[in-house]
Design a protein around this ligand. Structure first.
Ligand code: F6R
Length: 608
């Protein structure tokens, strides 16, 4: 979604810290950006449409003087109102004395706006955020904190806010409710941000705010209070990754870097969790709920987008390795279906960001029914990691590129390990489990082999760069991979693609096959390979083009990406998917698209 960074510290660092922080957050939203900083003559502000570099250029031209070291900044992903300068944040109170940046959504903004308009207050943007600035201004009687607390009491929805006032030039206030916000504790400086990537260059010490908390910064001191203005004692935590993890490290794009670092990322996901001699796995994060896991009679795997596709793989894993029925559920639909869940249901919420609004709403629904809810989350300290009963972190380091790659591989692998954990409790055979765990341990090496053949994959990708429509076919464990492969090429290369089970093809979809129509068919050696070969023949009979992902050259196909046979039907799809990630990357590159920040997308979708 949008990104917030706010700074209180050295005068000379304010603009640089805000702009660098925004650049780090740009992957969260990139249609406009803005800055407001306290200066000796009041407030300096600048807003621009487009990327943060436009803002940086404009601020450099202005060379603002007299700044005192306190400011707020924002990069936006439009929800209310088009991406224009007027709609960009920060927004100001009617008298221009108070400035606000906001992430999230104010559900009752129209009602508040009408009340303020009745008082004669004029609005200049179409945003929900502007009502917050105007309301704080209306309620302000000389104490910013009181005005903010009175304001948040009237707001409905999700909001992370940072606020400054010309009348209290030493003060910076941050507020969190259902949208993430943290405070970086640096040397002689404090930085508020919606995401740790914005502060990691300056400090690793961090205070995570919880819903209903306000941080009141007075130059170098800070105090956290509840929305009822009661003091809260917060602990300072340490971010366990460093700035390198959030940089491109010589790669042209974050996406390629994140694809290429998967062997290492997966090693990190596995560290300390494999008990090879016992043919078992261990998750420290699930220890506290181990007694409850014994009474589970149903498993629900929840997610949306790429995380839903890993949940679909997880569904297959649980159903194969345990006798407990498992279903994947798509977060946005979850509340609108009859779920029949109770305290014996184990719901695993899968989310890279840990902030996805639909997944959060579904978790709340499951909790209302008493289900055991655990998280499988990449971002440490994120909302989902905090609201679940227990959970497992991916530990794959920050995923900056908007399209998810390494998180998917890690999620799928860790879901397999969740299934092994439950399976072993129910008597999953020792040697079968050991064989599987050995394949898990070997997976990083196998992924590394696919990555080595990326030049060949680039050539195959080149052959589909002009296609407008594609089918991705897979069966059994490769069906979720077909769905994920199709999503990746849609997001990155803007090619319309459908992920299908090979078995679905004849039930309508085949009508679209005509000479030259390309189908990407996953036909690695497994129990459904013959069926996939039959699908390939069906496409060829209609003069379609086929690119196969297989363990050896498929003679019926027009091209084959050969991937290593890793001897595990359950894990082979994760190797196959690497080839699909690279295909999507190279097609997008040939089409000269904005790979790390595709149009209309945002990294974490914190509104429903
Ligand atoms: C796809 C992608 C999205 C996310 C989805 C869920 O590449 O990034 O489909 O997977 O928005 O996000 P998380 O996993 O953060 O809950």
């Amino acid at each position: 979604m949008c990104g917030i960074v706010a700074y209180s510290g050295k005068k000379e660092s304010v603009i640089n810290s805000l702009v660098t922080g925004l650049k780090r957050l740009e992957y969260r939203g990139y249609d406009s950006a803005g800055i407001a900083a306290i200066s000796s003559s009041g407030i300096y502000d600048k807003k621009t449409v487009g990327k943060v570099t436009n803002l940086e250029r404009a601020v450099l031209e202005d060379q603002p003087v007299g700044l005192n070291g306190i400011g707020i900044a924002h990069t936006r992903w439009a929800t209310h109102g088009e991406p224009t300068v007027a709609n960009a944040h920060p927004h100001a109170s009617a008298d221009g004395r108070i400035w606000v940046v906001h992430n999230g959504i104010i559900e009752n903004y129209l009602e508040i706006k009408k009340n303020l308009q009745k008082k004669g207050i004029k609005f200049t943007s179409q945003t929900d955020t502007e009502v917050v600035a105007k309301l704080i201004g209306d309620l302000y009687k000389g104490d910013l904190r009181s005005a903010v607390l009175e304001t948040v009491a009237q707001l409905k929805g999700a909001f992370a806010l940072c606020i400054i006032s010309k009348d209290e030039p030493e003060r910076l206030i941050g507020v969190k409710y259902a949208s993430p916000l943290l405070v970086g504790i640096g040397k002689d400086e404090l930085i508020i941000a919606s995401d740790a990537s914005a502060i990691i260059e300056r400090t690793k010490k961090v205070v995570y705010l919880e819903d209903g908390e306000l941080v009141d910064i007075n130059k170098s001191d800070y105090e956290v209070v509840s929305f009822q203005d009661e003091a809260i004692d917060k602990s300072v935590e340490k971010i366990d990754w460093d700035v390198d993890a959030a940089s491109k490290q010589g790669y042209e794009h974050y996406l390629l870097k994140e694809i290429m670092e998967q062997p290492e990322a997966i090693e990190n996901s596995l560290r300390g969790r494999i008990l090879l001699d016992e043919a078992d796995v261990r998750f420290g994060g699930l220890m506290d709920v181990s007694a409850r896991l014994k009474d589970i009679n149903r498993v629900v795997l929840l997610g949306v987008g790429t995380s839903y596709y890993s949940a679909k793989l997880g569904e297959l894993y649980f159903n194969a390795l345990t006798s407990i029925p498992a279903t994947a559920a798509m977060s946005p639909e979850y509340r609108y279906t009859k779920n029949n869940i109770d305290k014996n249901t184990w719901l695993i919420a899968v989310s890279q960001s840990g902030e996805t609004a639909d997944t959060i709403a579904a978790i709340e629904e499951a909790k209302r029914h008493g289900a055991l809810v655990t998280g499988l989350v990449n971002v440490v300290g994120s909302s989902i990691s905090r609201m679940t009963d227990a959970g497992v972190y991916n530990h794959t380091g920050p995923e900056i590129s908007v399209a998810s790659t390494k998180a998917f591989t890690s999620q799928s692998l860790l879901l397999l390990m969740h299934a092994i954990l439950l399976g072993r409790q129910q008597g999953l055979d020792f040697s079968a489990s050991k064989k599987l765990i050995r394949a898990v341990v070997d997976l990083p090496k196998s992924i590394g082999e696919v990555l080595k053949s990326r030049d060949l994959i680039e050539k195959v990708a080149s052959s589909i760069r002009k296609d407008n429509d594609l089918f991705y076919l897979g069966r059994q464990y490769n069906y979720p991979i077909a769905l994920e492969g199709a999503l990746k090429i849609k997001e990155l290369a803007y090619i319309h693609a459908e992920g299908l089970s090979g078995g679905e093809l004849k039930h309508g979809f085949i009508a679209l096959i005509e000479p030259g129509f390309t189908t990407i068919a996953i036909a690695t050696d497994d129990v459904v390979k013959d069926k996939m070969i039959a699908n390939i023949a069906e496409v060829k009979a209609r003069k379609g083009r086929v690119v196969a992902i297989a363990n050896e050259v498929i003679k019926q196909a027009d091209a084959t990406v050969v991937v290593p046979n890793i001897g595990s039907d359950m894990l082979q799809p994760l190797v196959n998917n690497i080839a699909l990630q690279l295909i999507a990357y190279y097609v997008a590159k040939e089409r000269k698209l904005d790979i790390d920040q595709p149009r209309n997308l945002a990294k974490s979708v914190t509104v429903e």
